[in-house]
Design a protein around this ligand. Structure first.
Ligand SMILES: Nc1ncnc2c1ncn2[C@@H]1O[C@H](COP(=O)(O)OP(=O)(O)O)[C@@H](O)[C@H]1O
Ligand SMILES: [Mg+2]
Ligand SMILES: [Zn+2]
Length: 531
């Protein structure tokens, strides 16, 4: 029978557990000195060694010949616990035994002295799943534990464990496993198994596993099923991850604020069966790496990537400001948080990408409450830059004829060849179309929600307060999609034009400058608030 790698490679002694030295050292010392507690609480994310350490501790406290606080694995107790023939050690999964009766049974049994061991050990995994009455029953035993009983509770969700229980335990927080530790463990495994694993591939898996050793080993297992020579390509196709090419391209598009290209890449990745959650996580790790490259002079060792990627990362880092990287990271982090409750993950991702490409969520300028305020120097530099642009813009403007305000919507591009010749009629079907969009294409709907439309001949003029709409519709997959939907609705193909809604100004202002003015005004307010 095939044993999954993560099972086969479960550490048997404390010294094999990686990245949790602060915990294993303490437990080992306690066993060595005979000073173990009656209740332990192991917390931390999945696959970091909680169950593993529970099993080792259960053996160590009962082992007949412990070696420096580790179980010997040779004596009849160690062997009996391992093969399950000794019933003094009980593992219970609270996810499936969460009722008060389960805990009452446990309590009755716990009062008896162990049959062959020194301690009766109860390992309760996922302890946060216990019902309230079960917690209360457990609390009763923990308040006056028989001297021969040892509880080891484990959970990924410590906040769901009542404080009354927590306070009776020695608590140990398992941290995410360092990527370098995961990579070297994977290489160690591969040396003892009949497949090869390249160093690059090990690092890639480590990066994808995000601190969880179980996930890393499971992914390696899947790779091996695919090929007995595991290199980064095998990992990439097994994990369904984008080649780093596409991730770099998406990052580039965002850095260049090219919404069209960025959305195209998201769609392409999505169609290649790339999970949106994973894509989002990868963008976070990518920009985290950019951030590291931006912040430290020698990121080798900190950045987990393939050797040739480091140079490209550093190039991207050199091209971007620190606060812009923070803004992008914040955007994807928020997206990842939202994905869990989002009905349409792709739309959530698209909206994030659009925001990041239009600078609409300027996180660096408008920090949420509680977050540190941005560096004043950064703001000052931005304002100086805006002032420079404004002056340049105003000089240009003075050379332009100033026209009085007109009442019809004004095309953004005055010289477009297909200016509607005939009279503009309000497009009555527009409201229905928007409602349909809300269901079919929520991302488009968000862009268009405050818009109205006029029609003249085969031209539909969309009027919207959204300054970015025109730019976004020029991105072919968005514009074309909308054109298709309009065609469906009106029965024939129409040209789409975007016209900007009139503001209160009485003079024409070039659109680019208009945008700058709006942003400058917004920033101005921010700065005043901050003073
Ligand atoms: N710190 C670690 N060092 C080495 N391997 C580990 C570590 N943590 C987890 N593993 C591997 O992952 C598998 C699952 O770990 P486990 O202890 O069950 O995680 P959990 O924290 O979710 O209880 C183990 O069998 C082992 O192969
Ligand atoms: Mg576990
Ligand atoms: Zn032993």
């Amino acid at each position: 029978m095939y044993l999954a790698l993560y099972r086969k490679w479960r550490p048997k002694v404390f010294s094999d557990v990686v990245s949790q030295e602060h915990i294993t050292q303490t437990l080992q010392n306690q066993v060595r000195l005979g000073k173990t507690a009656h209740a332990y609480l192991f917390t931390g994310s999945r696959g970091t060694g909680k169950t593993t350490c529970s099993k080792i501790l259960a053996k160590a406290v009962n082992c007949l010949h412990p070696v420096d606080g580790n179980p010997c694995l040779e004596c009849e107790i160690c062997k009996g616990i391992e093969n399950g023939s000794i019933l003094d050690v009980t593992e219970m999964d609270a996810a499936s035994n969460n009722g008060v009766d389960d805990i009452r049974d446990l309590r009755d049994e716990a009062s008896y002295t162990p049959s062959s061991c020194r301690y009766r050990v109860y390992i309760i995994d996922e302890v946060h799943m216990l019902s309230t009455s079960a917690f209360n029953a457990l609390l009763k035993i923990m308040e006056e534990p028989p001297p021969h009983v040892l509880f080891i509770l484990a959970t990924t969700e410590i906040h769901k464990v009542p404080q009354t229980i927590v306070s009776r335990c020695q608590q140990y927080d398992f941290r995410r496993i360092r990527p370098a530790d995961i990579a070297s463990r994977l290489l160690e495994v591969s040396e003892n198994e009949d497949f090869t694993l390249t160093e690059d591939a090990a690092r890639l898996i480590a990066r994808l596993a995000d601190g969880g050793m179980r996930d890393a080993l499971s992914l390696l297992d899947q790779c091996v099923a695919f090929s007995d020579h595991v290199d980064p390509d095998v990992v990439a196709s097994t994990a369904g991850i984008a080649g780093s090419e596409q991730i770099f391209a998406l990052a580039d598009a965002i850095l260049k604020m090219d919404a069209g290209e960025a959305l195209r890449l998201v769609s392409e990745l999505y169609e290649n069966a790339k999970g949106i959650d994973r894509l989002c996580s990868e963008m976070i790790s990518h920009f985290r790496d950019v951030l590291l490259c931006r912040s430290v002079s020698d990121p080798t060792g900190l950045v987990i990537c393939l050797p040739d990627e480091l140079e490209r990362l550093q190039k991207q880092a050199a091209s971007v400001s620190l606060d812009r990287v923070m803004e992008i990271l914040g955007g994807f982090q928020k997206c990842l948080d939202n994905l869990g409750r989002s009905v349409n993950k792709k739309v959530e991702m698209e909206m994030t990408v659009i925001r990041l490409c239009t600078g609409e969520n300027n996180a660096a300028v408008r920090p949420a409450a509680g977050e540190p305020s941005p560096d004043m120097a950064v703001l000052t530099a931005r304002i100086a830059e805006l002032e420079r642009m404004l002056t340049a813009g105003l000089q240009n403007m003075q050379q332009m004829p100033v026209r009085p305000r007109v009442s019809v919507p004004r095309p953004v591009q005055a010289a477009e060849p297909d200016v509607p010749a005939g009279k503009q009629e309000p497009l009555t079907q527009w409201g229905d179309l928007l409602q349909e969009l809300a269901v079919r294409e929520p991302a488009l709907y968000v862009l268009l929600q405050d818009s109205t439309a006029m029609r003249s001949g085969n031209v539909v003029s969309i009027e919207s307060p959204n300054a970015m709409l025109k730019k976004l519709l020029l991105a072919d997959n968005i514009g074309a999609k909308l054109a298709d939907i309009v065609e469906e609705k009106l029965g024939s193909r129409h040209r789409l034009r975007v016209v900007k809604q009139e503001q209160k100004e009485t003079t024409e202002v070039p659109p680019a400058l208009d945008d700058i003015l709006q942003k400058a005004a917004a920033r101005d307010v921010e700065v005043r608030v901050r003073e």
